[in-house]
Ligand binder design. Structure first.
Ligand code: PBG
Length: 326
């Protein structure tokens, strides 16, 4: 005669070995991507106040930083440029001798196994801080496409393995794919920020990349946080245009979007655990209000569980050790 309760779920959780065996998902180091900010100048390692643990590095220092990341077991980095000179056209974005192409070459040399992902967007290069070319105060979509495609080619020429368009310009993936193929960069992947939401969680990044729009906001091109059906359209279009990997951004506030996309499409799904999410964890941990490491690991678990196999995160090196020692 069995006693009540017959079915005991706690049997499944009784010790660490059992929990590991029965875990439905595992975050692995293989999908982690560390963002890096590269700036003009020499011998610079400038900490970013609103992004604890992160810094801007000049190109003579970025190789050493990349080597640490590679040695920690993180397979990929995502580069953002912080140039000294900005103009209305973002012309620094297509300069083969610009800050990002130089950083790509330095990283390839110092850490040859790293996958290098380059952000394709104009906001870091324009003096007005918008993601494209302005026409009467609004981003001119079609004029922006040429520059984005050109930027992607310059990054690929320098040795970038994956380009990641984040400008939310319609048609950007196709424009980039055509340009890359014409330049014999068929093997360069496109990771598209397919569902990028207009978000308050980007605050610290804009500090780090000095890319806050000087007027207006990005709601005219980035998505509205109330929408998920629209994200499905964005993803379908980007896959049609040639995206190899699609990304949802920010991370935790948009788990439902990651899950829907993962279930409906057969391409790899990435999630960007963004600057504001990272800053929140650090700030609360500093005050002693949460266990920062455990809250961070739980965040990564949630993104993986929702369906993200690639996670862009500011704590990639720490994540490797948290995963290995959980
Ligand atoms: C735009 C870009 C942004 C981020 C990544 N790429 C900022 C924006 O759209 O304002 C944000 C990343 C983060 O907050 O960590 N090139």
């Amino acid at each position: 005669m069995s006693s009540f309760p017959f079915r005991r779920m706690r049997r499944l959780r009784q010790n660490r070995a059992m929990r590991e065996m029965l875990a439905e998902t595992h975050v692995t180091r293989h999908g982690l991507v560390q963002p890096l900010f590269v700036c003009d100048g020499d011998a610079i390692e400038r900490p970013i106040g609103s992004l604890p643990g992160q810094a801007q590095f000049s190109c003579d220092r970025i190789g050493e930083r990349a080597k640490q990341i590679q040695d920690a077991g993180v397979p990929a980095v995502m580069l953002f440029g912080v140039p000294d000179n900005k103009d209305p056209e973002g012309s620094g974005s297509v300069d083969p001798a610009g800050v990002v192409p130089r950083a790509i070459r330095a990283i390839s040399e110092a850490a040859s196994e790293l996958i290098i992902i380059g952000d394709v967007c104009l906001c870091e290069f324009t003096d007005h801080g918008h993601c494209g070319i302005l026409q009467n105060g609004d981003v001119d979509n079609d004029a922006t496409l040429d520059v984005l495609a050109h930027q992607a080619q310059v990054l690929a020429d320098a040795g970038c393995d994956i380009v990641a368009p984040s400008a939310m310009a319609d048609g950007q993936v196709q424009a980039i794919r055509e340009r890359l193929d014409a330049a014999e960069h068929q093997n360069v992947l496109i990771l598209s920020y397919a569902a990028k939401y207009a978000s308050a969680f980007y605050g610290p990044f804009r500090d780090a990349a000095q890319s806050t729009p000087s007027s207006g906001d990005r709601r005219g091109y980035q998505m509205d946080s109330r929408n998920s059906r629209e994200a499905m359209q964005e993803v379908a279009l980007d896959i049609d245009e040639g995206a190899d990997i699609v990304m949802v951004k920010p991370g935790l506030p948009y788990l439902d979007i990651v899950a829907r996309i993962h279930d409906a499409f057969e391409v790899p799904v990435a999630s960007y655990h963004v600057s504001g999410e990272w800053a929140q964890l650090q700030a609360a941990a500093d005050k002693g209000w949460i266990d920062g490491d455990q809250a961070y690991l739980e965040s990564l678990d949630s993104l993986r569980r929702a369906g993200a196999s690639i996670i862009v995160t500011y704590g990639a090196e720490k994540a490797v050790s948290l995963i290995e020692n959980r």
